[in-house]
Design a protein around this ligand. Structure first.
Ligand SMILES: Nc1ncnc2c1ncn2[C@@H]1O[C@H](COP(=O)(O)OP(=O)(O)OP(=O)(O)O)[C@@H](O)[C@H]1O
Ligand SMILES: [Mg+2]
Length: 295
């Protein structure tokens, strides 16, 4: 089955095989390249997995994937093979360690990088067929304002926007959020300052950022904390491991673990939002069954 063949509103899932509780879906976004999105995605996922949460990372930087590289994984098949109809999503699922799974994308494949709305929506829908129980899905998105990034952000329950203290990073973040708000109606974001030296620098960065949104009254932008600049991140990247596991006492690892604890407090979705969403059946099932969802 090709991604574009997976129709909205239809699922061929095995209803007995999945847990009914809502999955927390966090998209990691950022307007500018190199702000640390993939490192945050991988380490947040690892920290959640270490806390006993069954965590899945979707490498949604579709054309320039590198989650697999950061975790030292060598995928046999990728989303490109799912897109070509060669295999199902389930078949490309990799284990990245205890409680940690990865859906890898390909690198340097233009067809994946340019996936349009319908194909991205098909991919989002395909997650409903996964038989592996998942507690949290972390979506590492590509840089910028492409349609695919918008679909993945809209399909997530939370969007964590990674910003650095550089004029270009702030400007690109403002452009991305305004574009997603005005063209896709995505109104709620949490901002994480990365590669800063102190809490006060991160706070100033956040204040400078939100000054750009005084005219966008319905936008809700909250502060999610900061990750310090830390040489251990680069060292961990070189050893193909998360910094959380390789240097657990380092400043960045401590901050990432704190971030993971905070995300565990974030409310889970209670009902379907009426657009393309990851694991939407669980929300609809919960509504239909009148289930109380613990957030
Ligand atoms: N807190 C940090 N301290 C030091 N270096 C960091 C930190 N966070 C990220 N980096 C470094 O910044 C670089 C870019 O990180 P990363 O690949 O995660 O960014 P990205 O936003 O995913 O980039 P792209 O837009 O290319 O996908 C890497 O070399 C990484 O090691
Ligand atoms: Mg990246």
């Amino acid at each position: 089955m090709r991604l574009s063949d997976i129709k909205l509103g239809h699922s061929n899932r095995d209803t007995d095989s999945i847990s009914q509780s809502p999955v927390q879906v966090i998209a990691i976004a950022g307007g500018k390249g190199g702000t640390g999105k993939t490192n945050i995605a991988v380490n947040l996922a690892q920290a959640l997995a270490n806390e006993g949460k069954r965590t899945l990372i979707l490498d949604a930087d579709l054309g320039m994937a590198n989650v697999d590289v950061l975790l030292g994984l060598t995928p046999e098949n990728t989303l490109y093979d799912v897109m070509r109809g060669k295999c199902e999503l389930e078949d490309i699922l990799l284990t990245g360690g205890h409680n940690l799974m990865v859906i890898p994308a390909a690198s340097g494949v233009g067809q994946l990088a340019n996936m349009r709305w319908q194909e991205c929506a098909g991919l989002v829908r395909a997650f409903s067929d996964l038989k592996e129980p998942v507690d949290t899905l972390i979506v590492d998105t590509a840089t910028g304002v492409s349609e695919s990034v918008a679909v993945f952000c809209q399909a997530a329950n939370e969007i964590l926007v990674v910003v650095c203290n550089e004029p270009a990073s702030i400007r690109d973040c403002v452009s991305q959020l305004k574009h997603f708000y005005r063209d896709y109606g995505i109104a709620r974001y949490r901002v994480l300052a990365n590669m800063v030296d102190s809490a006060s620098e991160a706070n100033t960065l956040f204040q400078n950022l939100i000054e750009n949104f005084t005219d966008d009254h319905n936008l809700q932008i909250s502060y999610a904390g900061y990750i310090p600049t830390d040489e251990h991140v680069r060292k961990a990247v070189h050893s193909h491991q998360s910094v959380v596991n390789s240097f657990p006492r380092s400043p960045s690892a401590m901050a990432l673990k704190k971030l993971a604890s905070r995300t565990m407090e974030w409310p889970r979705p209670k009902r379907a939002g009426g657009h393309v969403e990851f694991f939407v059946e669980r929300l609809i099932d919960n509504e239909n069954m009148g289930m109380e969802v613990i957030s």
